[in-house]
Design a protein around this ligand. Sequence first.
Ligand SMILES: O=C[C@H](O)[C@H](O)COP(=O)(O)O
Ligand SMILES: C=C(OP(=O)(O)O)C(=O)O
Length: 448
Amino acid sequence: MTVNASIDAGGDTWRSLPAAQQPEWPDPEALRDVVADLASYPPLVFAGECDVLRARLGAVAKGEAFLLQGGDCAEAFDAVGADQIRNKLKTLLQMGAVLTYAAQVPVVKVGRIAGQYSKPRSKPTETRDGVTLPTYRGDSVNGFEFTAEARVPDPQRLKRMYQSSASTLNLVRAFTTGGYADLRQVHAWNQDFVKSSPSGQRYEALAREIDRALAFMAACGADPAEFRTVEFYASHEALLLDYESALTRVDSRTGQLYDVSGHMVWIGERTRQMDGAHIEFASKIRNPLGVKLGPNTTPEEALAYIDRLDPDREPGRLTFVVRMGADKVRDKLPTLVEKVTASGAQVAWVCDPMHGNTFEAASGHKTRRFDDVLDEVKGFFEVHHGLGTHPGGIHVELTGEDVTECVGGGDEIFVDDLHQRYETACDPRLNRSQSLDLAFLVAEMYRG
Ligand SMILES: O=C[C@H](O)[C@H](O)COP(=O)(O)O
Ligand SMILES: C=C(OP(=O)(O)O)C(=O)O
């Protein structure tokens, strides 16, 4: 991989276009210095891994696999500890085990992890008790604390984003290949608070069945290497284009551009303007791409994204992450799926049941109802079953901790509980037992 060659290869063409949701860095010189340093840092992922993920997502697009993509709404620099990373990972491993065993489909596991530090916001400022300050845009930009000093965008944070992503990825790689993710550890992932929850107990029963299946296979002399490690990929929203393009390099094998800040990147609902900088940037890189599609997306737009981002119609290149809201998905999604399918393009369709279902509780907490999340996934499956297309996966905001941010679930959280452990820096996440609940219900829908 070479660094400056990226500009010659078109990695900077986005700069002449309007870029939504970029911070107002107070000192452009300081930003330039940081970007120059970042451009000299080693890649966080290898382009070949991005190619493997594209092939895995190709299987999703063709209806042969299911995508499980999940993690924090916003990662935080002070949460790059072994416990937090392990808890997130084991939540995804447990969900993956449930989906693989109960739905009997290969599951592609992708974290919103090791790079999800930047947030697009609805409003540029936030007012509390008559004081108005710039809004928090993620740890990569400014501080969460509500003080004038913390809220000033600081480009040095982009370096911390790189370092935090690197440490996280390093530990994730160690866990997923070093024995922790061995399928024989299915019981070990079900520890602490989740074990006694209804979903934890249901999971324990499923883990016993997996044990019996493994023992049977071992008795037959089969001990496949696939059971000992897990393929796991990192993804985040490609929001801060100065950061993403500093990490965009020419692959020495192919001469093509890859954003080596993560395996997969997506363009969010607020930055997907067809003639904007984000889509231009995405069109230049070879990583598998996601585009979030909200309820106002037209079929013409969806087809234009395909022409722009997947001109070769390569299954796995483009994933549409639909986030319409439980009340709209049944009305709005069918035409999109019909028109895209009729065009012959093979995109992966994935349901994000979080971002269209947020509301503010009377206590002021931003929250989501588990039942709405579930209903949007149900609507998504209904639409695909009705059209004979493939419901390719789910994209969820979750954490491995016992937080109280979303209401409902088998181990029910009530609106009055929200204050107990409300820890997200931005949007509410499913806790581990709600995430497991969701995995069981999605597995049932998939088989159904
Ligand atoms: O996570 C997604 C967005 O950043 C978030 O939904 C925006 O939230 P806001 O409306 O509080 O700005
Ligand atoms: C901001 C996000 O979602 P959306 O772009 O769909 O609102 C997100 O997934 O963090």
